[in-house]
Design a protein around this ligand. Sequence first.
Ligand code: EAX
Length: 336
Amino acid sequence: MRLRLVVLLTLLVFALAGCGGKESGNQASGKQEFKAQYKIATMTPASHMYTQGAQKFADLIKERSSGRIQITVYPDGQLGKGERELLEALQQGTVDLYAGSTGPIGGFSPSMLIVDIPFLFRDYTHVDKVLDGPIGKQLLDDMEKANLKGLAFWENGFRNLTNSKRPVKLPEDAKGLKIRTMENKVHITAWKEVGAIPTPMAWAEVYGALQQKVADGQENPVAVISTSKLNEVQSYLSMTQHVYSPAPIIMSLKKWQVMPKEDQDLFIKTALEVAPWQRKLGRDSEEKMLADLAQKNMSIVRDVDKAAWQKAMQPAFEEFSKQFGKDKIDAILQTK
Ligand code: EAX
């Protein structure tokens, strides 16, 4: 009897104290009400689709939780200039959410590297089928082993090469160019195969590195090139579309684990719902952004020889097929 009373009292003290940190309980309604304030980080400006997706997610969560859960969006690396550091902050729970490229994620959750293989995805329909199906779900779930909770796949886009030296059509044209890559071994290998000099670095350093000619080129989807104004430091954009770059929205597993189940469900449902809307932003604006870049004197090289690029990067494809298992690659290739 006495023991029961002690247990009850202890529980009450905990309930009144809330969960600590940024989450708290509210006794007013008589029932424990979960409240939280979260921060979501992106590495790109407010005009870019990661940040727009994050804002949409924040708005929907606020509305659907009747204001119990508030998410503030911090764009442009405001919460941390390096993707690796941000992922560590998620692991520790000092940053709550992040939406961005897979760049360094493979260093935390190795299975994710598979999506960075060049010429793996045929087109957007293929992308959506794979990432929204069981393969995508598994990749998101795998992140839990790294104390990261993958909620959904948003989009960065098909990546294209830019440089300051010359119009690049064929892989040979890129020989000897110093190309900044993401901090990702699949990307580094692929650019070595082409004969370029891969120079991995965090995104926040890229504009400065191009401006100071530490690197001659870089590769990214059109939306990143446009919203980060790379036309100011790069003259040529070649539509190589050599690799598709997804952008998972990820939550700190620590923060996830203290959320009530119904809010966890709300987060997943909302992140998945934002996905097609967010992906469409980039897909629909690509041509307009290209026209704008051309108007700003960037030379757009459209007639790249895609087959030649695929062939040049094929050794990387083979190497990583071995590493990830041909069955896994085939499962992606055969998704229709
Ligand atoms: O996250 O690091 C990269 O090149 C990313 O694709 C870009 O910054 C958007």
